[in-house]
Every structure is written in structure tokens, then in C-alpha cells.
Ligand binder design. Structure first.
Ligand SMILES: Cc1ncc(C[n+]2csc(CCOP(=O)(O)OP(=O)(O)O)c2C)c(N)n1
Ligand SMILES: [Mg+2]
Length: 563
């Protein structure tokens, strides 16, 4: 416990003293007059780096990415109605991605509440389905208590975002209150009987598969789970955008169940007689639109391990359900006596061989001038073990997801919520947290113009991330769906773009345009050596709508199906 501080303090000072007591080192903000007391108290707290962002959507994604990367709550400060509305996309992302986050929102004065005062919003109502918990602190002397609760709730069980509304007059009032901290995240441990049953079920399996995913994986937990998988020669895949949990180079790793999942992997998971889901919710994307397993009877032995009791048995009925934190289950599995001579060696090596075959770029009738398969293969070799890769939402993300190789301490930070606008802010936040590492942000032309202005947040903050902008002059994902459902009828998905390189340079960033394969490596090296934020625009062949197929092929298939 931190020492009690019983001198008289303003609410704003108690907020900042509490953040310090909970170990907060960085906070992301867009300023507002509703929380001047907090900003002023931060003036006296150089231990907390206050990052001034350009739009609350970007700031919220930065806080979310920081939480995802560090496992500590990402802290966001925004103003009442307009700021909180802009920030909501990051709160929703933290909720779907199970990321610890604490959002402090300035609120109208207590004596004005329910008059629809200037920018007034009832945050308990607004954030009810988006946040794990919402509170409002109405008494200055309760700041330490309720912020303590906020950090506990954000980090314990299934992590998530907590929103704390701070009425501006409460922040001005003074009180004598003991500041407490730090928080202790509470996680369940697997019991001995459950572990014995898990081992018994696994020993009886013919074609088992592990599915790792979700949040809460420390580097040590990843190392433990790799030990368990290797000791049992157990093939493992991962859930959507959680490709960094198992080192992709290990013989047990067999690919990911994202939006561009390899059809061979989907078939293998369907064929498996036992699925050991570790941390994954087995949500809509991972379950391939709920087609992977039967509902509610999964029609195979499902062992489901999750941090939250309410996720277990929610959609799929598990044979064995274990509530546990990931470090706790991983340590227990690493210590479990391995299955002697597992009978699935051939099954495991067939799964792995299919994954390795998928790393070969799909053969095309005509090689495009900018061959993204070759670019990604080069990048896979080039990126160091600790590189951080962030991703926006869009079809371009199929390229890094399929061809890059992920492992700890490197990271893959992407929105499993599918929120566009995530890639650039996440890359900026990751580089602020780890200035010494290479951070590469993947984004489409659509997503870049949602939050690309956060490049300004990276300027003046030392070395910046390298943003790879995949320009196909369209909302490609939606165009893909359009070609499948309404072939040849392009509506609302074509984009007229600015000169992205000139735009990047106007921020003071390094900028380069690449339209041929051989131009990529020198541009990347120049960007890495530039010592500042960088943007490389990849002028794609717009026909290459996924890593596996073209727009023309999709249209032909759709027309043939409706003919
Ligand atoms: C905030 C938000 N708005 C809309 C969507 C729907 N959506 C998903 S992908 C996509 C297009 C992405 O375009 P771009 O960033 O250019 O990537 P591309 O698919 O072309 O590679 C859209 C509009 C979304 N996921 N998130
Ligand atoms: Mg696009």
C-alpha cells in the first residue's frame, strides 16, 4: 500500500495521486475545460507522461493499444459529451478485445445534472453496453476508493474498459482522503481435479488441436504454453488477430482462424476430435461465423479455459470448463506430465505442413509490378524478434496476417472488434511505449483517413512508427462483399484519395511511394533509418482484393452462381 496522504487535496489532485499510486506511467488525452483540475495536477506529476492526441477516437485507440501491449490499463482522459462520444470506438474495442483500460471523462457540475447542461450526457447510460463498468464520482473524498475499484475491475477476470465520470465541481472541491494503490489483478487458478481431467481427455484424443487466443498473455505465459504444446507435440492455432501467442516458427504452430483463415486449417479444426480452447472466446470471426463447432453441442470434446466464468458454456457446451487466468493455466499446463508417445504425430505434422505451404504466395496468372507476397516475405525475414506490428481493419490486413511470422517479445496489435482507424494510433502508442523497437503499422487508404492525423502525435516525440499504407483507392473489404452479392455494381466503396506521401511529409514524417517490388526494401530501410515517423504508400494492384483471389475472379464466380 502507498503511504496515506491526508493533506487536503482537490479532486483533481486526488485523481492524479491515485493514478500514480496505481503505477500509471503514460496517459492519452484530448483536453477539455471540464477536467482542468486533473490537467493541472498532472503539471506537477512528471512521472506520468501525458500524451496530447488530436482526436479522441485516436487517443482511445492509443490507450487501448497501450493496454493490450503492456497488460496494464491504458489510461484515457477526455471531456464530456463530444469527447466521450468520439472516444466510444476505443472503449468498444477494449470491450470486445478484453483489454484493460480506464477512461476518465470530465462531466458537468453536480448541481447542473439532468438539466441537459452544456455537453451533458448520462455516461452510465451511454456506456452501459460498451464498457465493463461505468461510475461517476460525486464525492471528492471517494476518488481514491472508486479509482481503486476502477483499476481492479479493468484488470481482474476478463479485462475490459471502465469509464469514470468526474463532475467538474467535484474535481474542484477539496477533501482529506487516503490514496491507495497499487491495484492487484485478481485471476482464477485451475484446480488439480480439472487438470487431471484435462490430461485424461487429451490422452484419449486421436486428432487434438489447441486454440489459443484472448487477452492476458504475458511473455512468460506464452513461453509456458509453448513448453506444454511442444512436450505433447500438440498442434495449435490461434484466434483472430492473436497470432503472437505461440511462436509461429515452432513445429506445433498451424495458423490463425481470422478473416482470411486458410481453408485447410478450418477443415482441420472441424476434423479435430478434441479442441482445447485457451483464452479464446471462440467469437464470430474465430468460429468462422459460428460454423466451426456445433451450437450448443460442439460435436467434439471441447475443453474451454477462459478468465471469465460467464464466457464458459455461453455459446458452446464444453465437456470441461476451467475458469483461469492465462498465466495460471499456462504454468499449470507446462508442469503437467506430458502424454507419453502421443498418437497424433502424423496429424500434427500434416497440420504444420499445410501452414508452411500457405506461406508460399498464391500463384497468379500475371505477376503484379508490386508483388505483395514477395514484399511480405522480405519483411518476415527483416523484422527482428521484438518488432511490434499493428493493424487497422480492412482486406490489406490479410497480407501481414498470412505472411508475417509472429512471436514474443514481438507483438501483433490489432482490433478484434474490426474497428477501422486503429492501425496508426496503435503504432504511435506502441512506439511511445517502446521507442527502441521497430514498430510497423499496417493500414488501408480508407482506415488511414480515419485517424491518420495521429501522425502529428508522433511528431516531436522522438522516433516514430513506420506506417505501411495499402492504397487500392477503395473500401476494399466492402467492395469484396459487393462483388460477391451484387457483382459489377460498385456503390459507396470507391475512394478519391489525397497525395498520401505529400500529406505525410507535411507532418514532418518520412514519406515514400512504392509501386514496384524492388522499391520496397530500400524505402523500408530509409524509413527505419529516418529516426522519425514514416509513411510508405504501397500502390497496389486494386484487382488483388485478398491474398488469394482477384476482384475479377469474385465477380465471375458470383455471376456464374446467379446465371
Ligand atoms: C469504423 C469502421 N467503419 C466502417 C467499417 C466497415 N468496413 C470494414 S473494412 C472497410 C473498408 C476498409 O478499407 P481500407 O482501409 O481502404 O482497406 P481495404 O479493405 O481496402 O484493404 C469498411 C468500410 C469498419 N469496420 N469500421
Ligand atoms: Mg482500401
Amino acid at each position: 500500500m502507498a503511504a496515506a496522504n491526508l493533506s487536503r487535496s482537490s479532486g483533481g489532485q486526488l485523481v492524479v495521486a491515485s493514478l500514480k499510486a496505481h503505477g500509471v506511467e503514460m496517459a492519452f488525452s484530448v483536453a477539455g475545460e471540464s477536467y482542468l483540475e486533473v490537467l493541472d495536477a498532472l503539471y506537477d506529476a512528471p512521472e506520468i507522461r501525458l500524451v496530447t492526441c488530436r482526436q479522441e477516437g485516436g487517443a482511445a485507440f492509443m490507450a487501448e493499444a497501450y493496454g493490450k501491449l503492456t497488460g496494464k490499463p491504458g489510461v484515457l482522459l477526455v471531456t464530456r459529451g463530444p469527447g466521450a462520444c468520439n472516444a466510444s470506438i476505443g472503449v468498444h474495442t477494449a470491450f470486445q478485445d478484453s483489454t484493460p483500460m480506464v477512461v476518465l471523462v470530465g462531466q458537468v457540475a453536480r448541481h447542473q445534472i439532468d438539466r441537459e447542461a452544456f455537453q451533458e450526457v448520462d455516461f452510465r447510460k451511454m456506456y452501459a453496453p460498451l464498457a465493463k463498468w461505468v461510475t461517476q464520482i460525486d464525492l471528492t473524498d471517494r476518488v481514491p476508493e472508486l479509482l481503486g475499484q476502477a483499476f481492479q475491475v479493468a484488470t481482474s477476470g476478463r479485462p475490459g474498459p471502465v469509464v469514470v465520470a468526474l463532475p467538474e465541481d467535484m474535481l474542484r472541491d477539496t477533501a482529506e482522503a487516503a490514496v491507495v494503490g497499487p491495484y492487484h489483478a485478481v485471476r482464477a487458478h485451475p484446480g488439480a481435479a480439472d487438470l487431471a481431467e484435462l490430461r485424461r481427455l487429451l490422452a484419449a484424443a486421436q486428432r487434438p488441436m489447441a486454440l489459443v487466443g484472448g487477452s492476458g498473455w504475458s511473455d512468460a505465459a506464452c513461453a509456458d504454453i509453448a513448453r506444454f504444446l511442444q512436450a505433447n507435440d500438440l498442434p495449435a492455432c490461434c484466434s483472430f488477430r492473436r497470432q503472437d501467442i505461440v511462436d509461429n516458427r515452432l513445429a506445433v504452430y498451424c495458423g490463425d482462424l481470422g478473416t482470411g483463415a486458410a481453408p485447410s486449417l478450418v477443415a482441420r479444426v472441424k476434423e479435430a476430435d478434441l479442441l482445447l480452447a485457451l483464452g479464446a472466446r471462440i467469437g464470430e470471426i474465430t468460429s468462422q461465423s459460428y460454423t466451426l463447432l456445433g451450437i450448443p453441442d460442439p460435436a467434439k470434446t471441447l475443453i474451454h479455459v477462459h478468465a471469465a466464468a460467464e464466457e464458459l458454456g455461453r455459446v458452446f457446451r464444453p465437456r470441461l470448463a476451467i475458469q483461469s487466468g492465462m498465466p495460471e493455466i499456462a504454468a499449470a499446463l507446462a508442469a503437467l506430465e506430458p502424454i507419453a508417445r502421443p498418437r497424433w504425430a502424423a496429424w500434427r505434422s500434416a497440420c504444420r505442413a499445410e501452414y508452411e505451404a500457405g506461406l508460399q504466395p498464391t500463384a497468379l496468372a500475371e505477376r503484379p509490378a508490386l508483388d505483395l507476397g514477395r514484399v511480405m516475405t522480405w519483411l518476415r525475414e527483416r523484422l527482428p524478434d521484438d518488432a511490434i506490428v499493428t493493424s487497422d481493419a480492412g482486406n490489406f490486413s490479410g497480407w501481414p496476417n498470412r505472411f508475417l511470422s509472429f512471436r514474443r517479445p514481438g507483438r501483433q496489435l490489432g482490433p478484434t472488434s474490426g474497428a477501422m482507424g486503429y492501425g496508426v494510433p496503435a503504432a504511435v502508442a506502441a512506439k511511445l511505449a517502446h521507442p527502441e523497437r521497430i514498430v510497423v503499422g499496417f493500414v488501408g487508404d480508407g482506415g488511414f483517413l480515419m485517424t491518420g492525423q495521429e501522425l502529428a502525435t508522433a511528431m516531436g516525440a522522438g522516433p516514430g512508427p513506420i506506417v505501411l499504407l495499402f492504397n487500392n483507392a477503395m473500401y476494399g473489404t466492402i467492395r469484396m462483399h459487393q462483388e460477391r452479392r451484387f457483382p459489377g455494381r460498385v456503390s459507396g466503396t470507391a475512394l478519391v484519395n489525397p497525395d498520401f506521401v505529400a500529406l505525410a511529409r507535411s507532418y514532418g514524417a518520412y514519406g515514400a511511394r512504392v509501386s514496384r517490388t524492388e522499391e520496397f526494401a530500400p524505402a523500408f530501410e530509409e524509413a527505419a533509418a529516418s529516426g522519425r515517423a514514416a509513411l510508405i504508400e504501397l500502390q497496389m494492384d486494386p484487382e488483388m482484393i485478398t491474398t488469394r483471389t482477384t476482384l475479377a475472379a469474385l465477380r465471375r464466380q458470383a455471376e456464374a452462381a446467379t446465371a
